[in-house]
Design a protein around this ligand. Structure first.
Ligand code: PGA
Length: 262
């Protein structure tokens, strides 16, 4: 049986837009999607603002019943206590946050997050009722030394070590060399690694869970290339950085099904 996976377009704002800017942005994005008669049942859209914006955006989504899901960019692997500067998954859950990015390459490189820390954060997300968007991806050096799939597959295995096979997760394949570089992977390259990740999910979670888990591609996704990625059978959406900060561009990515030639 083929399981239909609802595509997910996720906008990772990184450290951009303060809470006032986030309100104006989300209002305009929602109007834009409404004007274009976007149907959220067909393609799910989620935004991942900085922590300080979450309450404002949540209030807006709630009051205006916007068809946008809310995500956070990171969480602590602990739920409370003496962890200065960290944010608990329990707090995110209280803000009606649905998704949380875990193991983004910027966390792995700038904050030196190891595979063990990523696994423990994935477990914290699950424990608090959040869906982790587990990021994996190889550097240009890894690609040369180990080929395309070895590092992302090893990272995925490590990341899921501490959650039950019933846990809902989203996987995001983001080649580090493609993030913010303007040089996206080709659709073929994305498909090859996303298929290898799905095969790994079959081993780790079983065939049914693997068939219903969304595997996203991320790295220099734009309105002009999204449709070509979405034609690939194992690519179920995108994690979008830079292009998610432009309302027209991001709305167009969400509405990729309406692009000419799709
Ligand atoms: P980019 O970032 O779309 O700007 O390449 C993607 C990401 O870091 O998630």
């Amino acid at each position: 049986m083929v399981t239909a996976r609802r595509p997910l377009i996720a906008g990772n704002w990184k450290m951009n837009l303060d809470h006032l800017q986030s309100i104006a942005f989300v209002q305009k994005l929602a109007w834009n999607l409404k004007d274009a008669k976007h149907d959220a049942a067909t393609v799910e859209a989620a935004i991942f603002p900085p922590f300080t914006d979450l309450r404002s955006v949540q209030t807006l989504i709630d009051a205006d019943k916007l068809e946008l899901e809310l995500g956070a960019q990171d969480l602590s692997d602990n739920d409370s206590g003496a962890f200065t500067g960290d944010i608990s998954g329990a707090f995110l859950s209280k803000l009606a946050v649905k998704y949380v990015i875990v193991g983004h390459s910027e966390r792995r490189t700038i904050h030196l997050e190891s595979d063990e820390v990523v696994a423990s954060k994935v477990a914290a997300a699950h424990r608090n009722g959040l869906v982790p968007v587990v990021c994996v991806g190889e550097t240009a050096d890894d690609l040369e030394k180990h080929g395309p799939s070895a590092v992302p597959v090893a990272q995925l295995k490590a990341a899921l070590a501490a959650v039950p096979s019933s846990a809902e997760i989203v996987v995001a394949y983001e080649p580090v060399w493609a993030i913010g570089s303007g040089q996206a992977a080709t659709p073929d390259q994305a498909q090859q690694v996303c298929a290898a990740l799905r095969a790994t999910l079959v081993d780790l979670l079983g065939a049914d869970a693997a068939a219903s888990t969304r595997v996203l591609y991320g790295g220099s996704v734009k309105a002009s290339n999204i449709a070509s990625f979405m034609r690939e059978p194992d690519v179920d959406g995108a994690l979008v950085g830079g292009a998610s900060l432009d309302i027209t561009e991001f709305a167009s990515i969400i509405r990729y099904q309406n692009h000419v030639g799709v």
